[in-house]
Design a protein around this ligand. Structure first.
Ligand code: ATP
Length: 430
């Protein structure tokens, strides 16, 4: 019996077309044909028919065997396809590491992985070979295979950090949170302005200040106002920017952040939405969580190793105090907590006054009444009311803003929102 021609060896997907062709046209055994003379005596005809039947049975067995082999081969190929698909899925989902290209040779490069600074020589696929240059940032897989060319590092830094040489916010621009202004001045301004005072007394100034409270209450303004007052460079980084896609990138950005601050002393580092990197650990052990943990550890390392901080202050802000990992609140880290609440009625009146300073007002605007009507509004929402009041005047072809415009603006914001503004008393735990 002639066996079905089984292809040998290991195959890749590139071999599939030829394998399929082979499976479709196997060498089939010849179909036996026989003409039996009808004039033969019965016995001879019967013998001839028997022998023909045997030949046919033989062919049928051969075909059955070939079919069985083909089915077996099909199952093997299916299994292989499943395995390749699984490997493919794994490759798609496994995390990539960020590395810098140090040197580039003919088809090979030396890359240095961020985070552990491990250097390796690795091959570059022809599809990437002519695009890779020393200094490029690349994403590599577990075996250091180059997967993607990343955008220039300067872009990543610039995207993630907002640097203001001279912010122009003064303490007078901030209304309704006088106690918080005083506390921030004490904790940040004084150590920057009079470091010798702390030395003389023999105490360490607070390491980091954490401002917490609902959105739009002036936390960023506070940090900017201290930078203005102390002539410090204001470097803002959003925590969400630190939670990057690639392993090693978040901790690298944290290092860059502190390095930049050292270059630009005096400087204020402001980390907004710190909860994005410093939330309480969850049970899930995904690689994303591990990466966030690494970024947080890098941040804590930078703070812990900041003995001679010079003229650099660190301020962080969060709307989700309840979510924070307590590790960041230990002494030597964010050890001065300042709650920035929504303004009370007097605070709202003051914020209305501040934001109406540049408005051209038609008649005396009753800030007291406006403050009464805006219970639960944040500073940012009060700013929106004044802008909207100005829009009403413009729509009405006037250059002066009236009390009625303010009233209409509040009505509009409340109907746009669909709800009354909720007081923030339990904001953190909702
Ligand atoms: N207390 C305030 N006094 C005057 N203006 C304020 C006050 N709070 C907020 N504003 C206005 O709202 C805008 C946004 O405020 P800011 O960015 O400081 O809030 P935030 O607390 O940092 O908010 P988020 O938590 O959303 O980052 C400010 O530019 C300012 O115009």
């Amino acid at each position: 019996m002639q066996p079905y021609p089984r292809p040998k060896g290991t195959f890749t997907s590139a071999d599939y077309p030829s394998l399929i062709r082979m499976a479709r046209s196997p060498s089939l055994p010849d179909r036996p044909t026989r003409d039996i003379d009808p004039n033969l005596p019965d016995e001879e005809r019967l013998d001839a028919l028997r022998s023909h039947h045997e030949e046919l049975t033989d062919v049928q067995e051969k075909l059955a065997s070939q079919l069985e082999s083909a089915e077996h081969r099909r199952d093997e190929l299916r299994e292989r396809v499943d395995q390749v698909e699984r490997e493919n899925e794994c490759l798609k989902h496994s995390p990539l590491y960020v590395a810098s290209v140090e040197e580039s040779f003919d088809g090979e490069v030396v890359v240095k992985q961020h985070g552990n600074n491990q250097e390796v020589l690795t091959e570059v696929s022809p599809r990437m070979a002519d695009r890779i240059e020393p200094g490029d940032r690349v994403a590599v897989d577990d075996s250091f295979g180059l997967q993607t060319l990343l955008s220039a590092e300067t872009d990543a830094r610039a995207q993630a950090m907002e640097i203001t040489e001279k912010p122009d916010v003064s303490y007078d621009d901030i209304g309704g949170i006088d106690d918080q202004v005083r506390e921030v001045r004490e904790a940040v301004e004084q150590p920057l302005a009079e470091p010798e005072l702390f030395e003389q007394v023999g105490i360490e100034p607070p390491s980091g200040v954490l401002l917490y409270g609902p959105p739009g209450t002036g936390k960023t303004m506070l940090a900017k106002a201290v930078a203005t007052k102390t002539d410090a460079t204001f470097i803002k980084m959003a925590g969400s920017e630190l939670v990057r896609k690639f392993i090693g990138e978040g901790s690298r950005l944290v290092r860059d952040l502190f390095e930049l601050a050292r270059e630009r002393e005096p400087a204020i580092i402001f980390i907004d939405e710190i909860d994005a990197v410093a939330a309480t650990r969850t049970d899930s052990k995904t690689s994303g969580d591990a990466e966030v943990q690494r970024t947080m550890m890098q941040l804590l390392n930078e703070m812990d190793g900041f003995e001679h901080r010079g003229e650099i202050s660190i301020i962080a802000a969060t709307n989700r105090f309840d979510m924070l990992d307590r590790a960041i609140l230990r002494p030597g880290r964010f050890d001065r907590l300042i709650e920035v609440p929504e303004p009370d009625v007097e605070g709202r009146e003051r914020i209305f006054e501040i934001h109406s300073q540049d408005l051209s007002l038609a008649d005396a605007v009753d800030y007291d009444t406006l403050a009464e009507r805006t219970d639960g509004y944040s500073g940012a929402e009060i700013e929106s009311v004044t802008t909207e009041a100005g829009m009403f005047a413009i729509r009405d072809d006037r250059t002066d803003v009236t009390m009625a415009d303010f009233e209409a603006a509040i009505d509009k914001l409340e109907s746009d929102d669909g709800t009354e503004y909720v007081s923030s008393e339990n904001y953190f735990f909702n």
